[in-house]
Design a protein around this ligand. Sequence first.
Ligand code: APR
Ligand code: ZN
Length: 258
Amino acid sequence: MSLETAAALLRGAARAVALTGAGVSTESGLPDFRSPGGLWAGVDPMRVASLAAFRRDPAGFYAFYQERLSRLGGARPNPAHRVLADLERVGRLRAVITQNVDGLHQAAGSRRVLELHGTLRRAACPDCGERADIAAFTDALAAERMPRCSVCAGPLKPDVVLFGEVLSLEIFAEADALCREADLLLVVGSSLTVRPAAELPQAVLDHGGRLVIVNREPTPYDGDASAVIRDNAGRAVPALAALAAGGPRGAAEEEQHG
Ligand code: APR
Ligand code: ZN
């Protein structure tokens, strides 16, 4: 029933927006954060992914991001990324707001992607704001040198928002505005536990917009959602889009209803 409810909402939406988290990329081989075996299982994010850690223990910080970047090399968009790009192309989705830093939505063809937490595909200097190709970071580490900013010689980091850093207010304002206009927010693969991203669904609900959540685990917004699809994104999102387009039932749909 949830899939059909979600499909009807998607079919009828005029200003739908997607909000994605790490769960949309696990079927591309990238771990999420809070699932068993996720990145924060056994690693204190404050020790490896905070601005303080970057300043205090750059070696530990670099090791953590080298590992993340090495996984990124082989990651490809999965059907969930591709279908979200298709939905934008046919005018059913205005944008993808993502907490992810893997660039897989853009690789799948999504054009309007708001990266709330930055991107691993670029390097940045926290001292002077200079942006650089991520190779400036990875090549230095491969040569066992400290990645340095070419402008101010400050320590370079991936252009991701670390714990303790403020995210881009301009990008968040654009995401917030999209949610305040949205008649439907399609959440895919997020625990909806990290603010301010986790405030966006409320911005949709506050003006009567509807929520559809595709997530393996419960989220704090499940009770407010018009439909919750407890399934893998790589299967549920294509099934949802097919149903919304009036197409054949997707695999998930067949399984649910036989
Ligand atoms: N299909 C559907 N849901 C999935 C899948 C999948 N294939 N894989 C994982 N999930 C679900 C998990 O059950 C979990 O609830 O996706 C959710 C991912 O939640 P998190 O790991 O908390 O990731 P996310 O919500 O993106 O975290 C937000 O936290 O640490 C910060 O900056 C980091 O951007 C990240 C933010
Ligand atoms: Zn600099």
